[in-house]
Design a protein. Sequence first.
Length: 249
Amino acid sequence: MKNEVKIHEVNPLLNNRRSFLKLSGLTIVGTGLLLAGCSHDNNEDMPVDDTSLPGIRNGVFDLGSGDFGVLTYAYALEQLEADFYTKVVNASSFNTVFNDIEKQVLTDLYHHEVIHREFFKAALTGALPSPSTQLLPNLAFNYGSLNFNSRTDVLATAKALEDTGVAAYNGAGKLIKSADYLLLAGKIVSVEARHASAIRSLINPNSTDFAGDDIVNPTTGLDAAKDPSKILPIAGGFITTQFTAKYLP
């Protein structure tokens, strides 16, 4: 369709936002390496049947609860986002469907989400008592009829994923007990919020949609926050690997 390849006028502010996007994922790398080196000593006394630990229960992987459950939950969501943007930038028409600014933004988001995914994998591998059995496996995904060569389809799905991701981190914050993990989650959600605003600016340039009333409550001035039980059914529409989250609200 012609409107899929139409080059939109880009708000000059988006250029500045794009420059930030290119840099904002970099600090996560060092943090992930630090967490990957954490000792298991603090977790050695945990009982094997502790429901805070992720792992297979009744034949199905469960995310667990508490800090480990939240980190594993975030790891599942970052796997989805990383997989989505990997498919976006590798689609056969990526270079023709999107203009230069759009390609740069989507490529930056791809790099960020891969960094986030690997960060959580490293953090959990370094912190779980038995990562060989307690680390969430690589998930499989199915996007149904989504056309990765359609600008409209890709940006609409990116918007849904980024808005959902922000609400997921905001909703999970209250479940995190470790101050260090809460600080890291706050850093990542700030990047996810910038992703969401960038995608919204690509869809509707020169508008206020990047901070629309549908995501920022006009009364409180805050982003939406949703519990895992509200987020996982949405994300689960793309995830084909079965898992449960029985111990998360």
